[in-house]
Write a new protein. Structure first.
Length: 306
């Protein structure tokens, strides 16, 4: 359990079941939990859920997966390599590796007999960028959900100013060169405005840390070379290539992803639905959970059943 979700109404346990699944990616093992609807929901669509920037699947994601299962959808929430229950503990944020983990999760679900054919990719923040990139590249994705999507990490870094860019570049290069000989360095995943961290926007540190599961061994740190890849990640450039129905759920009070940038980017979507709601970057998991989940379930009904 985490601080942000203490007061959430969770579905009764008899409304869904869970089972652990593991899969191999590049010789390393990823692990996750498959949430299955109970009752008469035969061959349900399956939603693949990867955590956001530097996060583990226990950070608020079970509550969303439970609601999906309660509504008749299967949901597979997994940890990336280097995080949580998956192999390794480097906590390296590497967009290419994490997209490969998503692809591995999709392939693993193909070997689960209890599922239907429909596949949905789900992501939040950075993982929303992974989802949109994969939806642009693949034709086996039937729908995509991107919650507070990080569409242009370069723009986010530039907005932090030239001093931040210089510090991030120097720290990243030092870690890139030094980690092979035991002289790597780390930076916080989420920090205060003046810190060199992956997330630094005002007010975001508390919102992020309130989602950290109390039983987790997670550390608020990532190798500094993570910053080098983050500042060059621009998944919003691929939106025009997406054929599947796509939901962009944006918060009007999001200090990391400006609402205007989401609305502008959404014009490139062929089958896009844009929902803006009073929320910040992390409140769709906490204070604004119910309306956020409601929008997602409404989208799924229209995209998969309509």
């Amino acid at each position: 359990m985490n601080r942000a979700q203490r007061r959430l109404a969770r579905p009764p346990r008899e409304r869904f079941s869970t089972r652990g699944l593991a899969f191999d990616v590049g010789g390393e093992t990823c692990r996750g939990t498959l949430y299955l609807p109970s009752g008469e929901d035969d061959d349900p669509p399956a939603i693949v859920m990867g955590p956001g920037l530097g996060a583990e699947r226990s950070f608020g994601y079970p509550a969303i997966a439970e609601r999906f299962a309660d509504a008749g959808y299967a949901a597979f929430s997994f940890d990336y390599r280097g995080f949580g229950d998956s192999e390794g503990d480097s906590q390296l944020v590497h967009s290419g590796r994490q997209r490969a983990d998503y692809a591995g999760a999709l392939e693993r679900l193909d070997r689960v007999d209890a599922l239907g054919r429909d596949r949905v990719l789900w992501g939040a923040s950075l993982s929303a960028g992974h989802v949109l990139t994969l939806a642009a590249e693949r034709r086996d994705v039937d729908a995509a959900i991107a919650v507070t999507p990080l569409l242009d990490a370069r723009s986010t870094a530039v907005d932090r100013g030239g001093k931040y860019l210089a510090r991030a570049g120097l720290a990243g290069l030092r870690d890139l060169l030094g980690h092979r000989v035991g002289r790597g360095r780390s930076v916080p995943i989420v920090g205060e405005t003046a810190e060199l961290a992956a997330i630094t926007e005002p007010g975001t540190k508390r919102g992020y840390l309130d989602l950290v599961d109390r039983e987790s061994a997670w550390r608020n740190e990532t190798p500094a070379r993570s910053l080098l890849r983050l500042v060059n990640y621009r998944p919003g450039e691929r939106l025009a290539e997406i054929h599947a129905p796509t939901l962009l759920l944006a918060g009007t009070d999001d200090s990391i992803v400006p609402i205007e940038s989401v609305r502008d980017a959404a014009e490139d979507l062929r089958r896009g639905t844009v929902v803006s709601m009073p929320a910040d970057h992390f409140s769709p998991f906490g204070a604004d959970f119910e309306p956020a989940v409601g929008h997602q379930l409404s989208f799924l009904r229209d995209a998969l059943e309509g």
